[in-house]
Ligand binder design. Sequence first.
Ligand code: SF4
Length: 323
Amino acid sequence: MVGISSLLNPYGDERDGTRYGHKRPSAPVVVWHITDRCNLRCRHCYAALPASGPPMDREEALDFIGLLSDLSPPALLMSGGEPLMHPDFFLYLKAAAAAGLRITVSTNGVLIDDSAAAEIASFGVPYVGVSVDGVGDVNDSFRGMAGAFQRALDGIEALASAGCRVGLRITLSRPLLPHLESILALALDLPVSRLCFYHFVPVGRGALDSGLSPDRGDEIRAVNRIIRWADSDARSGGKRPAEVLTVGDASDGALVYDYLQGQDPVRAASARELLLRSASRGAGGIRSVRWDGVLFPNQFSWDRPLGEWRDLACLKSRGTTVE
Ligand code: SF4
């Protein structure tokens, strides 16, 4: 993950403390894909896989939450499929909150009405990421449901009204790139404080669609545009302090550094220091646990199982260190 806004504004934002700051978590962020079910059918879906083992039952899922409570990861990211499709989503949310875990939710937003938003907020969820793949019909066509875009926007408004911090999640697939400007404009019109761009990874259904991988030059141009947009928005006192990140290509940090070298050598030097620090200290990283309990290095490497969720217990005693 590359915190573009943090690198553009070194030392000005503490939200990326676990990435660039002095707190060094040794436990990983855990992404829990609680179900493979989804109400959408996105072209790039990494979670669309042939049936694996049986899903964790309720007792096993609660045991898993118990282990996470001992492990104290920096965050538990509840994802899917679409997590709200799981009949026990709110039960697990409640259990994780009671266990003291810092929970974030990743959703397509379609099922989030005022009631669901209020319930999510009631468990102290500090952040909900809502995914879209374009504006209006572009999104609906890519994601396989007419009206999905408007419902995602309604979900974002409901979450913000309920007091949750909300972000937009966008995948930089080839079909999305021509619509990047409309996404950037949208971000300024919504009550979102975070904009997170994922580089496309050809796994799951996405591996079957040769039209999704962007040309490398187009991808770099898109990231450079995002960097310029993030910097100009911050400098002009944009409508809101958007936190802008990319996920999936650490070399984006070098693009920020290159950009700053041409703009402001002082900020460039500070950004370089942050990049060197984050590269050298080996933070806790990420782990992904799928609905069937299998443990993976991350959510895009489901061809490389590491074991099962109980194997996370080996990290129990390491805790969090401070440099
Ligand atoms: S990418 Fe997310 S929202 Fe889209 S089909 Fe897959 S799980 Fe559902």
